[in-house]
Design a protein around this ligand. Structure first.
Ligand code: NAP
Length: 284
C-alpha cells in the first residue's frame, strides 16, 4: 500500500521505518526536512512538501506535535486528500479532532481518529496500541497500517473523537503515575532514604508498576533522554483538563501535575523526557 507519513519526530520516524520495512511504499514529510532524511536508508521516499507526500496514497498518517500543527499542515490539504483515508494519530484531544473531521468531510474525504498508546521504544518495535474510532470503511482501509505500527488495535466505534477521548483518559493515568512516582522519590530523598530501595520494594506485589521501573531510574539519575517529551505530556494534561471542564469533571491531581510540568518546562526541561517533571520539586 502507498502510505504518507506527515511528521518524522520520535514517533512518526519509527512508524514510517516499520511501514517501509513491512513492504509498504512510504512517503514521508517533515517540516524540518533533515529529520526525515535518515528514513531514506530504509527505503522511505522523503518529500519536500506534505502535498507531494499525500498524492495518490491509500492512507495518510499525521504524527505531529499538537492540534495546531495538524491544523497548519492539513488545513490547506483537506480538499486534496482525494481517495486517501486520513489516519490522525497525533494526540490532539476531542475538540480539535471533531473540528478537523468536519473539515475533512467538507473536502469529501474520510478521517479516522487513531491516537496511539506507547512511547519511543514500542513505536520502534511496532508494538504500539492503536485506538480507533470513525467510519468503519476508513478503519478497515487503515488496518494493515495499524497491524504494522502496533501489536494491538482497539476499535472504539464509529463516532469520531471517541478514541481521542480515551487517549486523554489514558494519559491522565500516565501523568498521575509520573507525579506519584516523582513525589515518592522526592520524599525518599528528603528523608535520607535510598530511592532505589523504594523501587526495589515495589518491584513485586500489588504495588508493582512496570512504568515506575522505567521512569524511576531516570528520575534518580537525573538523566532524561526523551521517549515522551515533557512538553507533549504537559500538552496532554491541558487537553484533558479542558475536556474535563467541558464535561463538568474536577481533576485536582492532574491540575497539580500540570503545574509541576509547567515549572519543569520553564526550567528548561521541555524537550527532556516526562520523567524530568520531578525537577520541579528539586533545587535547580
Ligand atoms: P516530536 O518528536 O516532538 O515530533 C513532533 C513533530 O511535529 C515533528 O515532526 C515536528 O516537526 C512536527 N511539528 C511541530 N509543530 C509543527 C508545525 N507547526 N507544523 C508542522 N510540523 C510541526 O513528537 P513525538 O513524540 O513524535 O509525538 C508526536 C505526537 O504523538 C504528539 O501528538 C504526541 O503527543 C503523540 N504521542 C507521543 C508519544 C511519545 O511517547 N513520544 C506517545 C504517544 C503519542 P519539526 O521536526 O520540524 O519540529
Amino acid at each position: 500500500m502507498r502510505v504518507a507519513v506527515l511528521g518524522a519526530g520520535i514517533m512518526g520516524s519509527a512508524m514510517a521505518r516499520n511501514l517501509a520495512r513491512a513492504g509498504h511504499e512510504v512517503r514521508a514529510w517533515n517540516r524540518t526536512r533533515a529529520k526525515a532524511e535518515p528514513l531514506a536508508a530504509d527505503g522511505v521516499i522523503v518529500c519536500d512538501t506534505a502535498a507531494e507526500a499525500i498524492r495518490d496514497t491509500a492512507v495518510t498518517i499525521t504524527m505531529l506535535a499538537d492540534g495546531g500543527a495538524v491544523q497548519a499542515v492539513m488545513g490547506p490539504l483537506a480538499g486534496e486528500l482525494g481517495d486517501s483515508v486520513w489516519s490522525q494519530m497525533s494526540t490532539i484531544g476531542v475538540e480539535a479532532t471533531a473540528r478537523l473531521a468536519a473539515l475533512t468531510e467538507r473536502g469529501g474525504a474520510t478521517m479516522v481518529d487513531a491516537p496511539v498508546l506507547g512511547t519511543k521504544e514500542p513505536a520502534e518495535a511496532g508494538q504500539l496500541t492503536v485506538l480507533t474510532s470513525g467510519p468503519p470503511e476508513g478503519r478497515e482501509r487503515c488496518r494493515p497500517v495499524y497491524d504494522v505500527v502496533g501489536s494491538r488495535t482497539v476499535d472504539l466505534g464509529d463516532a469520531i473523537g471517541t478514541a481521542s477521548g480515551m487517549k486523554l483518559v489514558l494519559n491522565t493515568w500516565l501523568i498521575a503515575l509520573v507525579e506519584g512516582l516523582a513525589e515518592s522519590i522526592l520524599l525518599a530523598e528528603g528523608l535520607g532514604l535510598d530511592p532505589e530501595g523504594f523501587l526495589d520494594i515495589i518491584r513485586e506485589g500489588p504495588l508493582s508498576v512496570p512504568y515506575a521501573q522505567l521512569k524511576g531510574p531516570l528520575m534518580i539519575g537525573r538523566h532524561y533522554p526523551p521517549s515522551f517529551p515533557l512538553r507533549l505530556a504537559r500538552k496532554d494534561a491541558v487537553l484533558a483538563i479542558d475536556a474535563a471542564a467541558d464535561a463538568g469533571v474536577d481533576l485536582p491531581l492532574l491540575d497539580a501535575a500540570e503545574r509541576q510540568m509547567r515549572s519543569a518546562d520553564q526550567a528548561g526541561h521541555g524537550d527532556d523526557d516526562v520523567a524530568a517533571a520531578i525537577e520541579a520539586g528539586r533545587d535547580p
